[in-house]
Design a binder for this molecule. Structure first.
Ligand SMILES: O=P(O)(O)O[C@@H]1[C@@H](OP(=O)(O)O)[C@H](OP(=O)(O)O)[C@H](O)[C@H](OP(=O)(O)O)[C@H]1OP(=O)(O)O
Ligand SMILES: Nc1ncnc2c1ncn2[C@@H]1O[C@H](COP(=O)(O)OP(=O)(O)OP(=O)(O)O)[C@@H](O)[C@H]1O
Ligand SMILES: [Zn+2]
Length: 453
């Protein structure tokens, strides 16, 4: 018999977190079907103009784009299309070991309304203002709670997990990058985006994190990346202890609320990570770095991110050909310049254009997903664990670990124009910041020269 979540079930679900598109709840009841699970509920923007990850159902052009994936094309709504995208596109690319495409469970409108009422007070105000639970949607997505080990932890056992949103880990080298955007070949999108986020008040300080370190394959650089993420977690780094947030911001968004800070974190690590006061955090960050390095997952993710090999500066032209509209980028650029530079893209076959944009969107998902790495200390002498293990030399401890990717949602085709616009904004804001800095440095050194003479 199919289970339908009813109003009475709402009390069993507690707030876990959210992103721009989904609200995530964890099960705290005793229903065997739901123990160790989280529920992902689709949100709807309060004001129609707020970005949404996909339209109600796939558009005609999206159906064309995904034509090789029959059931994605046939899906009647965005949640189903997105779930099938995870299952049929992202899972084979990333590996079934690392991806859980979840299960759809019917939910009544009363259940969704009740859940929303229960958790609203815990949600960051900015998220509440931006979107509400989509009560039109009659399904939720049930997935394993990746901040726990399945079958629960045995008595006295603890599970600590880290959630990392690594963002894009490579510098684009496409020949279609305009000279005005040449900086993109030298500075990562994440680092440039920090300038815009700072300017717009989305973050309060500039993160030192550089995705190139995390994706470098070098143990030392990965360690640096983890330390930088810890210093400025924004929405890129969180830690959970037995499913409860112990470090980082709740509710996603770069400017999150309920930020748990370092001192409390050191205390929370007692019993999991050995070491005297002040050392447990250091040891934990080492454990995370060692595991990222050892697991090799960043290489797998990088390969998929690199499906974007033309950059938005190239892919946008293929997009306009797919939607059969005049290319806005070429129009703005003027005929002569554009026809020289982008004619090769505009003379591709439809299938070639489709491949470019499809790969770009798959890469966009891989650039926006997060990974959850969970650890549990191994008992002395225990063998036969189904999990991989990692040794933390500084504390002489062994840990079981597992890695999962989360938030592998399908990006909508319509976003191509937004990507192009945002990219321009990011580059221009970064260039402005650099120019202002140079001007300030110049005037400081002139003043210093004048004072000295
Ligand atoms: O464009 P970006 O790099 O800012 O990424 C967006 C994320 O912002 P971030 O910079 O990571 O804080 C953004 O995250 P936040 O809302 O800032 O937590 C979303 O993940 C968004 O995806 P979608 O609209 O939900 O499909 C993301 O949009 P996509 O670009 O992945 O479509
Ligand atoms: N399977 C899971 N197990 C444990 N925690 C999860 C799981 N899925 C999501 N979460 C938690 O819920 C939060 C929000 O989930 P998710 O990133 O999927 O939301 P989203 O709205 O799709 O994000 P985005 O803003 O990137 O579009 C995550 O940051 C994570 O902390
Ligand atoms: Zn063009």
């Amino acid at each position: 018999m199919e289970v339908v979540l009813e109003k009475k079930d709402a009390a069993d679900w507690v707030y876990r977190g959210e992103g721009a598109a989904n609200l995530v709840l964890a099960h705290k009841g005793s229903s065997p079907a739901f123990i160790g699970k989280v529920m992902r509920i689709q949100k709807a923007p309060r004001n129609g103009s707020v970005r949404s990850s996909s339209p109600t159902a796939l558009t005609m052009h999206e159906r064309l784009l995904w034509k090789d994936m029959e059931d994605i094309v046939a899906s009647s709504n965005k949640e189903l299309a997105s779930q099938l995208f995870v299952k049929h596109v992202m899972l084979p690319l990333l590996g079934s070991e690392y991806v859980d495409s979840g299960m759809r469970v019917p939910a009544s409108r009363e259940f969704l309304e009740s859940v929303e009422k229960n958790v609203n007070c815990q949600r960051p105000a900015s998220r509440v203002d931006a979107a509400k639970v989509d009560t039109q949607c009659d399904y939720v997505l049930l997935m394993s709670d990746h901040s726990l080990f399945p079958c629960g932890t045995q008595e006295g056992e603890t599970c600590i997990s880290v959630e990392i949103k690594p963002k894009c880990g490579f510098l684009p080298s496409s020949k279609f990058i305009d000279e005005g955007n040449a900086i993109k070949r030298r500075i990562t999108r994440f680092r440039m985006h920090q300038a815009l986020k700072l300017h717009d008040g989305e973050v309060s300080e500039y993160s030192e994190y550089d995705p190139l370190d995390l994706f470098s394959g070098s143990k030392d650089r990965i360690h640096k990346a983890i330390k930088d993420l810890f210093a400025t977690p924004q929405n890129n780094f969180r830690v959970f202890l037995n499913g409860s947030l112990i470090f980082g911001g709740l509710g996603g968004g770069a400017k999150s609320t309920n930020l748990v800070i370092g001192g409390e974190f050191e205390t929370a690590l007692k019993g999991v990570i050995q070491g005297g006061d002040g050392l447990r955090t250091v040891n934990f960050l080492q454990l995370v770095a060692e595991t990222v390095h050892r697991s090799g997952v960043m290489d797998q993710l990088l390969e998929i991110q690199k499906l974007d090999n033309l950059d938005i500066d190239g892919a946008i032209h293929a997009y306009y050909d797919i939607i059969s509209e005049p290319c806005m980028v070429c129009s703005e650029m003027g005929k002569d310049k554009a026809s020289n530079r982008y004619s090769s893209l505009h003379s591709l076959s439809l299938d070639e254009s489709l491949k470019i944009v499809k790969d770009f969107l798959i890469a966009a998902t891989a650039k926006d997903c997060s990974l959850m790495i969970s650890f549990r200390p191994r008992k002395d002498g225990s063998t036969g664990s189904p999990y991989k293990n990692v040794y933390l030399e500084s504390t002489n401890q062994f840990f079981d670990y597992k890695v999962y990717f989360i938030d592998l949602d399908l990006k909508s085709l319509k976003k191509m124009e937004e990507y192009y616009e945002l990219d321009k904004k990011i580059v221009s804001c970064y260039n402005e910041m650099v120019e202002t800095k140079e001007r300030l440095n110049k005037s400081t050194s002139t003043k210093a020269f004048q004072t000295a003479h």
